[in-house]
Design a protein around this ligand. Structure first.
Ligand SMILES: C[C@H](O)[C@H](O)[C@@H](O)C(=O)CO
Ligand SMILES: [Mn+2]
Length: 417
């Protein structure tokens, strides 16, 4: 028996004493797929116009060496990251990550321009999710795309949105896993608008036009992602939380909550149970705001733990698609993926290792003292021994060992770019 397994057996006994079955927790964790976002690998540049400006009110800061410059490099980096993350997951692509020799614009993209991604995902046993790219393009005009007062601008983006649906449908059909197509639209205003209503009406109508054709939900489903503000859109964002709550619920779309898209003290964990009662499902962009929507790498902080608990305690995982969204260019990008993804998995493991039924019973009995004592004592339980065993049985490095592999990849591959 390996050292890791010995420690697991000891942890298993401790958890069993409080009524938690660690084998069952590991089974559950195996079923949690994370949609790893491709854009951490190249600072959201994409391959359509990588030297262009990153617009839409988002920003990647830093100049750490080794960013991927081609789809091949990005796939190699992702392979390295996935080899260090236990389990089988999904990759989340943005439309600007075309892989083709053709010069193709956002309103011209077709499934064939993403065929190498599909081939690769099939080989790797990954699913593919997708996002239209409503930014970093000259048709992002006066801070507007779908909500633009200019019909030519709106039509360009409506066409783009429609095309992404066909691409996501193709991903779903080819790979046998529903492809979630997540719509985030940056439109907004720097200063106080006079008319908040009309741009929202235009956005609603443009989205309705994009979604008019019914596609098979077996292959693709759409999510809509709200935001509070962006750089240069500090006063008003057309696609606010209320806008997309209404839109998602009335149109049967998944509602995407990005952890960085709310007021600084507003947490998405507290919203999940309400949304789950009314919506048709949720998508998460697990991210980490630091003072603003800064898209920092996901760390094991209180909010991450709480997101895991909320989804597990209320059995919401079957209705939730877990995606990541961070892009830090000041650190090794492969390490960023590995830390953020493994942390997200660990948060779910922590939640699976909780005696939830017992805690719910105590709460119903108003025994808040026991509730507090158990949840506090649990913080010192050896969840990391269970996690390490999960890594071992999934044939990925345990503990710091994954970082040695990243450092050697950095030396042999990334620093040579
Ligand atoms: C690149 C992403 O799609 C983007 O980050 C979006 O999801 C977002 O969160 C914008 O702030
Ligand atoms: Mn996001």
């Amino acid at each position: 028996m390996s050292k890791v397994e010995q420690r697991y057996q000891a942890a298993k006994e401790r958890y069993a004493a409080i009524g938690v079955d660690t084998d069952h927790a590991l089974e559950k964790l195996k079923g949690v797929k994370i949609s790893v976002h491709c854009w951490q690998g190249d600072d959201v540049k994409g391959f359509m116009n990588p030297d262009g400006e990153l617009t839409g009110g988002i920003m990647a800061t830093g100049n750490y060496p080794g960013a991927a410059r081609t789809p091949k490099e990005l796939r190699a980096d992702l392979e390295k990251a996935f080899s260090l993350i236990p389990g089988k997951h999904k990759l989340n692509l943005h439309a600007i990550y075309v892989d083709t020799d053709e010069k193709v614009d956002l309103n011209e993209i077709e499934p064939k321009h993403f065929a190498p991604w599909v081939e690769w995902a099939r080989e790797q046993g990954l699913g593919l999710d997708f996002n239209p790219t409503f930014f970093s393009h000259p048709m992002f005009k006066d801070n507007y795309t779908l909500a633009s007062p200019d019909k030519e601008v709106r039509d360009f983006w409506v066409e783009h949105g429609k095309r992404t649906r066909k691409i996501a449908e193709y991903f779903g059909r080819e790979l046998g896993q529903t492809s979630i197509n997540n719509f985030w639209v940056p439109d907004g205003m720097k200063d106080n608008p006079i008319d908040r209503f009309t741009p929202r009406k235009r956005l609603m109508e443009a989205l309705d036009e994009i979604f008019a054709e019914k596609l098979d939900e077996k292959y693709t489903r759409e999510a809509v992602e709200s935001k509070l503000f962006g750089l240069g859109a500090e006063a008003y964002t057309v696609g606010s939380h209320e806008f997309y709550m209404g839109y998602g619920i009335t149109r049967g779309k998944l509602i995407c909550l990005d952890a960085g898209h709310f007021h600084p003290t507003e947490m998405i964990s507290g919203k999940l149970s309400s949304l789950a009662l009314f919506g048709k499902g949720m998508m998460l962009h697990v991210s980490r705001p630091v003072r603003w929507d800064s898209d920092h790498v996901v760390l094991m902080d209180d909010e991450l733990v709480e997101i895991g608990r909320e989804l597990v305690r209320n059995d919401l995982l079957p209705h939730t698609h877990i995606g990541l969204d961070f892009f830090d260019a000041t650190i090794n990008r492969v390490a960023a993926w590995v830390v953020g993804t493994r942390n997200t998995q660990k948060a779910f493991l922590k939640a699976f290792l909780e005696p939830t039924a017992e805690l719910k019973k105590l709460e119903l009995e108003n025994d808040f003292t026991s509730r507090m004592v158990i949840t506090e004592e649990l913080k010192d339980f050896p969840y990391s021994d269970v996690w390490n065993y999960f890594c071992e049985i999934n044939s990925v490095p345990v503990g710091f060992d994954w970082f040695k592999e990243v450092k050697s990849y950095e030396k042999n591959v990334l620093l040579k770019r």
